[in-house]
Design a protein around this ligand. Sequence first.
Ligand code: MIG
Length: 639
Amino acid sequence: MKIDNIRKYEFGTPYETGAVVCDIPKMVGIPERFKYDMDSQTFIYDLHEKDMVFGLGETLRGINKRGWIYVSNNADDPSHDENKTSLYASQNFLIVDDGSDCFGIFIDNPGSVTFDIGYTDMNVMTIHPEYNDTTFYLINGNTPAEIVKSFRELIGKSYVPPVWAFGYGQSRWGYKTADDIREVAARYKELGIPLDMIYMDIDYMQDFKVFTINPERFPNFPDFVKEMKAEGIRLVPNVDPGVKIEDGYDIYEEGKEKGYYCKKEDGQDLVAAVWPGKVHFPDFLNSDVRKWFGDNYKVFLDAGLEGFWNDMNEPAIFYSEDHLAEVFEHVKELEKKELDIWGFFEFKDVLGSIDNNPEDYRRFYHDLDGRKVRHDKVHNLYSVNMTRSASEAFKRLAPDKKILLFSRASYTGMHRYGGVWTGDNMARWSHLLLNIQMMPALSMNGFLFAGADIGGFGGNTTEDLMMRWVEFGIFTPLFRNHSAIGTRDQELYRFNRKSDFKNLVELRYALIPYITSVFMNAAEKNDMYMKPLWFDYRGDDRCREVEDQLLVGDSIMIAPVHEQNATGRYVYLPEEMKLVRFRSYDDYDTEVLPKGDHYIKAELNEVLVFIRPGRELPLATPARHVEDLDMNNLKVIKF
Ligand code: MIG
């Protein structure tokens, strides 16, 4: 394929990241529109007064990224505060648009890349890769939508999950035994709340060893998988990359013998610690290692499992053996001195440096099929290749099956192998808004199958936050309630307004024909699943500032309520639309509203959907499982 509106420029010696699937001829010189500062190896663009910046996938702040600094450097950081610069993902595609002139750029560099988008100077965007080795793609087009399409052609088609993965999933860190899971299934069944998946977190493993199942907690595991499937529920386990160092553990020993782990400068395998205790990291950047790790999924596939979530693949490091030794040395020195106040802060900083330490990511190497590379230079590719390893294994081991697969960390290119969830958010209203604002940027970057932990992962949720979050989650392709061990229980049956929750989840199931058709269309035609209003109403300056309403496909707009105690909200209509205020799939009222600003009531159990002129919204009759939906017998609400 040749895409003639894309210009490609190379700096240094770029790595084969696998992000791009098309051959684009190389240009010489500096990318059009940009200045380049040789000394600091920085690309500079003067922002126009009206420029908006869209993209960068799973990042903090709003839909318009202007006014902050973002660092693509996959990080396991559970505090997603506004002042942070890195999350779990690095998706280096963005669009600059002033309303008449627009262009896109994709920075293909798997090391750390800093995007200063009007942070240092409100009128300047600078892009600075830590290591020079970069392929810079400049994408021209008449509209943001056109540019997205070209970019997506460049990076290849998005992952499509099995249809049941569009159902509702219940997850929680802390379901320890088969009986815990049976209980969850039974409670949902009792209330008649639809449910397609129950996720298994790390507690199912034997001593947190990858590809093991604790036989006491889960006796006769394949039978249990069958039993649950007969109930219409698929079990989806968490998979972590680190392999526990333990003599006699077959996977550890095989990887050791074959030299499949990431090595330090001196050739020794890196020793890091994660959940299993001390582990080695498989070198997923090597094709033999990918095949080996992937083949291990056979035990899960044989047990009847059809879905997986890849966690901790930034990779997260609780500590490395080497750095921990340094920390103890440092602490011993401090102990000898009498701590003055600066000594005290030094002491605190030393302890704070133990996990996810930048130095540790410079301590080990990959064998990129013959090219030895220090980890930090290709850091963001680790998750891609872990997910690729699974995806390629599924093609070999279960060629006729669609497998659900999504990952925590990501980089461009991983969208071909799996989806993403957005990691450890908190039970905060601001994180519901963040979820809304991340979704269109994920779509732009090809991550169509995406979603957040509904209700919030960390902290204690509340019934109203959960309900509002479900009301947004019913529109996200991945619709999963997940929370951390130690937090308040948040399965929907834990709350008082059980019938409202049931109505909302049923509404999701009624919407599945629409959701899956928008999804498939986006996957096949390289379109977006969720879009900012601006993308379809570019002439309308009022849409520049709409940060909490989204278009889902071409037929509807949503305006989720994301504020505590609100019984309505302001909504901007860029044209006349038909409001459908849902209380359940068959209990709603409708009203045609003119273009403009409106205050619209939405009680705690009500969902606002707006149908665009000439469009229609199909609704199925809900069922307890996706596969029981009658997709041919649909009711439609037309406008
Ligand atoms: O260090 O497996 O983001 O979803 O529940 C925490 C336990 C490890 C992080 C994941 C989260 C999961 C948790 N994991």
